[in-house]
Design a protein around this ligand. Structure first.
Ligand code: ATP
Ligand code: MG
Length: 513
């Protein structure tokens, strides 16, 4: 393995860092479900840990009690397990609240931090150390209201780097914390807690996505303030990699939560999202997704990936493994003049991909074909059913239109004639189309998902879910739940529910996206 990150780490090793001291972490805030962007981050971190044979922690950044939720913690643990990444242990920033508080007091004493009072929309800086310590303690034990006092680092109010403009370290929040309960009335900000947690955990290389690049001077500033060789002589190093953005959907927990709050999606497993649970519920395997991420590679520039690339990747992997079904979305009925009424011919089909091993479907006097596989007017470029065209019905007879009955210019009935195999010259058959018996078929409900964002990821596609009923061949009665199936000439669908003899599928992708 050789990339810009290993180059940095190898350089640190050459400059004296012991390989035994290399350590990584994956630091999600438990405020939502993991998504494709996290898979990239996980992949990078865990591949490095494997490469250097080093420890790697799963660290929950549970600093803001307003955002975090136990169900997200559990889900994140489950997702990482499903992906197959193995961490050394789980840690929580809330376990470091005491130490962070102690260090903050140290900064006040060193005059590297100060209290700011907010009163009647005015702010007052408190420069006296004793007074600051006194107020800080009172903030901690709940003597003041929210938004009355904050603790700020004293760096440079004029810096062009916003994050160095005396950033907030602590604010008062009255909310019971998942783990520390009501012990604290103040909570550390991300910037104050994150790097210090790296330092506490002896993380050598702190990998994060590119949006944290501007935080880096602050990250280093804080570490330099608290650095103490006796505690830990390794200063963690922040390294940024590109953030993965996927077109037509969103790779940020916060943005995903907004979609949920706006009720555009009902839950975080919605197939229109790129959360890990959404992938799982669509039947994507973890191996395929990780390999896709691998194929994108590392870089520092932003990764803007077209969602079709992911779909194409998954499709290539499953195309030869998914059984095919005959399904008609928009039916038109054909009547076969040379097939006996009330009769059924059972057709044995050795199925695509050997699963199920074979199936039997009925051919009857009336059948449905797809509306757009038929054209009334002859058109020499139209290779499907139209006057004079021989067309093969998949797995079955060759067919040709015999007569069309019209009434007030509307087509009333389409009569066709069927021909046995070998009776029509091969080169005369224009195409093969799908069909189902109009008498014996399976009722299917399809959740027809479309992309949730239009391509630029700015405008939400509010009509991105339709539920439709379609007709499937009766072999569907014997298929297995939680599998992907290919609807002949249409696309890939995931079978997720059966209820009252209705088979429920969700759309994965059409054949030619
Ligand atoms: P939020 O929107 O709440 O910030 P997030 O989706 O950015 O959530 P975090 O919990 O902030 O998720 O991120 C956890 C880790 O995953 C961080 O190290 C972050 O850099 C990385 N990460 C998050 N999103 C992406 C992404 N789209 N591409 C690459 N890495 C990401
Ligand atoms: Mg983030």
């Amino acid at each position: 393995m050789n990339n810009f990150i290993t180059n940095i780490i190898d350089n640190d090793i050459n400059n004296g860092l012991s390989i035994n001291n290399i350590k990584f972490r994956f630091p999600p805030e438990p405020n939502g479900f993991l998504h494709l962007g996290h898979i990239k981050s996980l992949y990078i971190n865990f591949t490095l840990a494997k490469f250097y044979n080093s420890k790697i922690y799963l660290r929950f950044e549970d600093t803001n009690p307003n955002n975090i939720n136990i169900k997200y913690i559990n889900q994140i643990i489950k997702n990482i397990k499903w992906l197959g990444f193995k961490y050394t242990k789980i840690t929580y920033i809330s376990n470091y609240f005491n130490l962070l508080y102690k260090w903050a007091k140290l900064l006040i004493i060193k005059q590297k931090a100060y209290i700011q009072k907010i009163y009647n929309n005015k702010i007052y800086n408190i420069n006296n150390i004793e007074k600051s310590l006194f107020i800080f303690k009172n903030m901690k034990i709940g003597k003041y209201k929210e938004n009355t006092y904050i603790l700020r680092a004293k760096i440079n109010n004029k810096s062009t780097n916003y994050y160095l403009n005396d950033p907030i370290m602590y604010r008062i929040i009255y909310k019971k914390h998942l783990f520390t309960k009501n012990k604290w009335c103040i909570y550390p900000t991300y910037d104050w807690a994150h790097g210090q947690s790296d330092y506490i955990e002896k993380i050598s290389h702190s990998l994060c996505s590119i949006e944290f690049q501007n935080h880096k001077p602050l990250y280093d500033w804080f570490i330099n303030q608290i650095y103490n060789k006796k505690f830990n002589y390794i200063k963690p190093k922040q390294i940024e990699f590109s953030r993965l953005n996927l077109s037509n959907t969103i790779t940020s927990k916060r943005q995903i939560n907004i979609l949920k709050n706006k009720k555009i999606i009902n839950n975080l497993c919605d197939p229109r999202l790129c959360t890990i649970t959404a992938f799982k519920k669509k039947g994507y395997s973890s191996k395929y997704i990780i390999n896709f991420i691998k194929s994108i590679g590392y870089s520092k520039r932003n990764n803007n990936i077209n969602i079709k690339l992911l779909e194409l990747y998954i499709k290539k992997k499953i195309i030869n493994k998914t059984p095919k079904l005959l399904v008609i979305f928009n039916p038109i009925k054909l009547t076969i003049i040379n097939f006996p009424k009330k009769s059924i011919e059972w057709i044995y089909i050795k199925n695509h991909c050997n699963y199920p091993k074979y199936k039997i479907i009925p051919f009857t006097k009336t059948i449905y074909i797809e509306k757009n596989d038929f054209k009334y007017k002859y058109d020499k470029n139209f290779l499907r059913l139209s006057f004079n065209n021989y067309v093969r019905l998949k797995y079955s007879y060759i067919i040709k239109i015999f007569k069309i009955v019209k009434k007030n210019n509307n087509i009333k009935k389409i009569y066709c004639k069927i021909y046995k195999n070998n009776t029509i010259k091969y080169n005369k058959i224009k195409s093969t189309i799908q069909w189902v018996s109009s008498k014996y078929n399976t009722k299917i409900n399809i959740l027809l998902y479309n992309y949730i964002y239009f391509k630029n990821n700015k405008i939400i596609n509010k009509n991105s879910l339709k539920s439709i009923f379609v007709y499937g061949d009766i072999s569907i009665n014997n298929i297995n739940l939680y599998n992907i199936y290919q609807f002949h000439r249409i696309g890939f669908f995931y079978f997720f529910k059966i209820n009252n003899n209705i088979f429920y599928f969700k759309k994965l992708f059409f054949l030619n996206p």
